[in-house]
Design a protein around this ligand. Structure first.
Ligand code: 3H9
Length: 686
């Protein structure tokens, strides 16, 4: 087998090149090749300095994640980086693309770093439930400063090469031919023998030692973001060790903390999720040579919250949008909200005024439906009612150009029925965005019975262009995400009558790691969503709340009372209503345990997920997990509902559901797939 590492002498510089597509991950062969190349440089008297560069789209993007959990193959990455730093001849990194994780650790071990201005440098290990484990927690604070290192390890977000240069992480920026420039740099430094070693620097650590409160302040400032996750605290501790101890001791702490994380469930969940997200983009049963349709212009019908949010995704990606409303005031209101949202982003420094202008400048607001005629994709985002949608699709059929994709943003309705109101069902697809649509990363792509393969491929590619993560769902009520919400809501409401409070149920969900519980979510989204609007028809707790205008946060009251800062408190009125309903429906009230809440509101979701898989409404269990992490804030450190069920053990899930089966009554039936897998000690994922 040929090595992914090749060497070539250019005068007295040895150019070491890695060619390990797609991202030059630091797999065993790359690590072995790098050590061999350094040995070659040491033993060849003609070589005065070394350049480490990568072919293809990027500098090393990190350790090879597919090797995690397998028996280790020598040399380990920590040994490789130490060997590079110990080289007696200057080693210069040539950085393009993304120097991430182990890739940045290799660069930090080099004595000098040259980069293209477009390069990005970062340590995303925290997103995999890990920390930079090849000396990164020790070298990065020494080179970039402790505060910056803390920010980088905790966010996992890379910084640009320009900033890296400003803080001393990159020594020189260059335009044009990177390797040529790096060789020239190596020639400048080739005679230096007292080489700068990242591990030996102390100046920036000394600054941190002068500010002993730094770590606690950092923990306090980031407490909310870090809640529930194990890796961030381990990252902070490793950097604390860098400041407090000599390098040789600090790396020992780093290794111990790394191994602890690596053997934990959170790291497994987060690494599983990394691949789950990438798998979601792949569509079953579609030939690989299916070409996407060209999307240059998008039409949106409806300038409400959803229509406006959806439009912003395309505008931000530079794709012109024609947005249609029925009345001028609704159109003005909708475009006004979009502008305000952009301006708020600009005020936070995340957009320039020119970018705001640029986005709004390619928006064409109109009352004229006929202006959709030249759009390549038209997304309907109007009121959730089948008759209205069918009418719109019938009209679209008459004016849209041949080959245009006609999409509905429906969150529950049958795409096949909508498609049947056109003469081109093959062009119809569901594009279910999540609210707020300009923020939430998830997009459910609903595949109708007749949706053409190239329409699906286009939808998946377009999702990437607008920075969404797309998951293919089949046609069923609520698709993947909202369908799984239903059993949760049914049981949560029944638990209220039986004696639990909204606070208790929400607390259990938040403690589990969800951003909010079912009743907090109802209050935020609007208790009145889907309500029949007849104040005299009161058949359940929700009807009763809606009848007295307790529609949630927007009315200052819902399942909770809210003060003028939208802070919730338990509501005696809701308690009274719940008790009355319990009495009138003959429900006996009792103490409800937290465990019962988990079994009836979370285990039931797993059961529904299994049902969705069994019916083929999701392509794979990991797609369900992607929907729940990106659409509803399921804690990524638990992988998603299906991965979590696997870690709990499917037998335990089945036993819990059996325990509750009588109480759940006819609202619940077992998924055969779940029962079968549990019996065979099987898993949904992996
Ligand atoms: C680490 O370094 C630990 C060390 O500190 C300590 C060790 C002791 N390994 O994302 P894409 C695959 S932890 C293996 O679609 P893009 C990916 O699965 C690592 N495979 O491309 C996909 O495969 P497929 C720290 C990897 O252009 C293909 O490459 N580093 C790895 O949108 C293309 O990926 C990270 O966490 C990997 N490290 O984005 C960086 N990375 O085609 C993780 C990617 O079969 N990677 N693949 O589906 C990324 O963030 C993005 O992939 C990157 C490119 C930005 C590089």
């Amino acid at each position: 087998m040929t090595s992914p590492i090749s060497t070539q002498r250019h005068g007295d510089i040895l150019i070491v090149t890695s060619n390990n597509p797609p991202v030059n991950a630091l797999g065993a062969a790359v690590r072995q090749g790098l050590v061999a190349a350094i040995e070659q440089a040491e033993s060849d008297e003609r070589v005065k300095a070394v350049v480490i560069a990568c072919a293809g789209q990027t500098f090393f993007a990190g350790a090879d994640i597919t090797e995690f959990g397998k028996p280790p193959v020598m040399p380990w990455l920590p040994e490789v980086v130490d060997r590079i730093e110990a080289c007696t001849k200057p080693v210069v990194a040539a950085i393009h693309g993304t120097a991430l994780g182990g890739g940045l650790e290799v660069a930090l071990a080099c004595h000098y770093r040259v980069a293209l201005p477009s390069a990005k440098l970062g340590v995303p290990e925290v997103k995999l439930g890990l920390l930079p484990g090849a000396g990164g927690t020790q070298r990065l604070p020494r080179v970039a400063g402790v505060q910056k290192a803390l920010e980088m390890v905790i966010s996992g977000t890379p910084i640009g090469a320009k900033e890296a240069c400003d803080i001393g992480l990159v020594d020189r920026l260059c335009e044009g031919d990177l390797v040529q420039h790096t060789v020239a740099y190596a020639e400048e430094v080739r005679d230096i023998r007292l080489l700068p070693k990242s591990s030996e620097r102390d100046d920036k650590l000394a600054e941190a030692r002068a500010n002993p409160g730094l770590f606690d302040e950092f923990r306090k400032a980031n407490a909310r973001k870090l809640k529930g996750f194990e890796a961030p605290e381990a990252n902070i501790k490793a950097i604390e060790a860098a400041v407090a101890k000599p390098y040789a001791e600090g790396v020992k702490d780093e290794r111990r903390l790394f191994m602890e994380l690596m053997s934990g469930t959170q790291a497994k969940a987060q690494q599983y999720f990394f691949f789950a997200e990438r798998k979601a983009a792949k569509i079953d049963n579609i030939s690989e040579d299916t070409r996407p349709r060209d999307i240059r212009k998008v039409g949106i019908i409806g300038a409400g919250t959803m229509g406006g949010g959806i439009s912003m995704n395309f505008l931000s990606a530079g794709i012109p949008v024609t947005i249609v409303e029925m009345a001028q005031d609704a159109l003005d209101r909708g475009t006004g909200v979009m502008r305000k949202n952009y301006e708020a982003t600009a005020a936070k420094g995340r957009m320039t005024a020119d970018q705001v202008q640029g986005a709004m400048g390619i928006l064409n607001p109109t009352l004229d439906f006929a202006q959709l005629a030249d759009c390549d994709l038209i997304i309907e985002a109007v009121f959730e009612q089948m008759e209205i949608k069918k009418d719109i699709f019938g009209r679209l059929d008459k004016i849209a150009k041949p080959g245009a994709i006609l999409a509905s943003n429906t969150s529950y309705l049958n795409i096949d029925e909508i498609a049947a109101s056109t003469s081109r069902p093959q062009d119809v697809v569901g594009l279910h965005f999540f609210s707020p649509a300009n923020v939430m990363k998830l997009l459910e792509v609903v595949r109708g019975a007749e949706t053409a393969p190239d329409v699906l491929v286009t939808a998946m590619q377009l999702a990437k262009r607008i920075r969404k993560v797309a998951v293919v769902a089949g046609v069923c009520h609520g698709f993947i995400g909202n369908r799984m919400l239903m059993p949760r809501q049914v049981e949560a409401t029944k638990l209220l009558l039986e004696g639990a409070t909204p606070e208790q149920i929400d607390r259990v969900h938040v403690a589990f790691g969800m951003p909010m519980g079912p009743f907090q979510m109802a209050d935020l989204a609007g208790v009145d969503i889907g309500w029949h609007r007849d104040k005299n028809r009161v058949e359940n707790v929700r009807d009763a709340l809606c009848a007295i205008d307790r529609w949630g946060q927007k009315k200052g009251a819902g399942f909770y009372d809210y003060d003028d800062k939208r802070r919730p408190s338990p509501s005696p009125i809701v308690d009274q209503i719940v008790r009355e309903f319990a009495a009138s429906s003959g429900v006996e009230r009792r103490n409800i345990s937290d465990e019962e809440i988990v079994e009836r509101t979370l285990y039931t979701m797993v059961n529904e997920g299994a049902e969705i898989l069994e019916e083929g409404m999701a392509q794979r269990a990991s797609d369900i997990d992607v929907v729940w992490v990106y659409g509803y804030g399921w804690p990524v450190y638990r992988g998603g509902p299906m991965f979590w069920a696997d870690t709990e053990g499917l037998l335990k899930i089945v036993d819990g559901l059996k325990r509750q089966q009588e109480r759940m009554g006819s609202d619940f039936s077992f998924s055969q797939l779940l029962l079968d897998k549990a019996e065979r000690r099987g898993k949904f994922t992996g």
